[in-house]
Design a protein around this ligand. Structure first.
Ligand SMILES: Cc1cc2nc3c(=O)[nH]c(=O)nc-3n(C[C@H](O)[C@H](O)[C@H](O)COP(=O)(O)OP(=O)(O)OC[C@H]3O[C@@H](n4cnc5c(N)ncnc54)[C@H](O)[C@@H]3O)c2cc1C
Length: 308
């Protein structure tokens, strides 16, 4: 079993973890980033043009992540591509467990984000990757001229709908309520796009198909009326599931499993901070990720310097 130690360990491979590690390394802190084994960038890894980032032209999520990783290494940080399986409190610090190593760290920032929630209706699990998809950027080209359904009412659902429509798909957005949570600019673009139609107060109750998606079953909330819609793919963007289980009982979590911190991003365990999409109260945008990462890095570095 490999062992190692560092002043600060940052756990996660998304924009929060990368930014926190970059900031801490820039401050002169001895940093180890435990970046998981997925594509760098986390939720935006597959997004071809992330938006809403001040002063920058739309950039691919992966490119943003790669630049941050280069910056971490350039400032003396170490990057390990493995997954944290657990964490233990130890005298004078914390110990991270991976399948093959134990890392001792003075402070830890948990920034393991979240994964897209899976659609939990009959047919959805069996047809996963056979038309039930969660990466519009990877798959949009396959659906030019074809009907697809996007489920959700947040920024991600609207962004991905616009991308699919921009690639020539005919998109039906199925929205459970009568209101949306997305940015007004995205909603207005979608409303003005003739390739996009909306089904309000409607729920997908089943994904239909044998080898591949051929349609969805729907229920309208007010009337309870049921119907079906032919389509070739279903893209659910129906929320996020925080990835904080590896923190065990060192942290307190809310009902959805997000980690509870105070305003300085401290968890209930001394020396353990949490930031980004894994944290309860996270704002949801990359600018929020960067803000929380900066605060967590500053707090952890100050604590290491003996300025609690
Ligand atoms: C489809 C979509 C499009 C979006 N587009 C935009 C946009 O254009 N603009 C914008 O502002 N926001 C956008 N967002 C929101 C933005 O992606 C998130 O707010 C932000 O990426 C969250 O970053 P994070 O680092 O906190 O979490 P995540 O991105 O979830 O990253 C977490 C990382 O931690 C890793 N990890 C998980 N568990 C472990 C473990 N145990 N050990 C080690 N590593 C682990 C994961 O593999 C992942 O790499 C979008 C979201 C979605 C879903």
């Amino acid at each position: 079993m490999k062992t190692g130690s560092c002043e600060l360990a940052v756990v996660g491979g998304g924009i929060t973890a990368l930014t926190a590690a970059w900031h801490a390394a820039l401050d002169g802190c001895q940093v180890m980033l435990l970046a998981g084994d997925d594509l760098p960038g986390g939720l935006v890894a597959n997004i071809g043009a992330v938006d809403g980032f001040p002063g920058s032209a739309p950039v691919a999520g992966m490119a943003m992540a790669e630049r941050l990783m280069q910056g971490i290494v350039a400032h003396g940080g170490i990057i390990e591509r493995s997954v944290a399986e657990g964490i233990d409190a130890a005298s004078g610090g914390l110990v991270l467990r991976t399948a093959t190593a134990r890392w001792r760290a003075g402070k830890v920032i948990a920034a393991t984000g979240a994964r897209l929630a899976a659609l939990d209706v009959p047919g959805a699990a069996a047809l996963r990757d056979k038309g039930v998809l969660q990466c519009a950027w990877c798959n949009a080209g396959l659906y030019r001229g074809r009907r697809v359904v996007v489920i959700g009412a947040g920024d991600a659902a609207f962004q991905e709908t616009l991308h699919l429509a921009g690639c020539g798909a005919k998109v039906t957005m199925v929205i459970r309520g009568e209101a949306v949570r997305a940015r007004r600019s995205l909603v207005e673009q979608a409303a003005a796009n003739e390739a996009i139609t909306f089904l309000w107060s409607t729920e997908v109750t089943e994904v239909i198909g044998t080898d591949h998606v051929t349609g969805v079953a729907l229920r309208e909330h007010g009337s309870g009326e049921t119907s079906s819609l032919d389509c070739d793919a279903v893209f659910p963007y129906i929320g996020l599931v925080p990835a904080g289980a590896w923190l065990g009982d060192l942290v307190e979590t809310g009902p959805a499993g997000a980690v509870i911190t105070d305003a300085r991003l401290r968890t209930r365990t001394s020396g353990l901070f949490a930031a980004g999409a894994v944290r309860q109260g996270y704002g949801g945008r990359l600018t929020d990720a960067v803000g929380e990462a900066t605060l967590a890095a500053r707090e952890a570095c100050a604590a290491l310097a003996g300025n609690p």
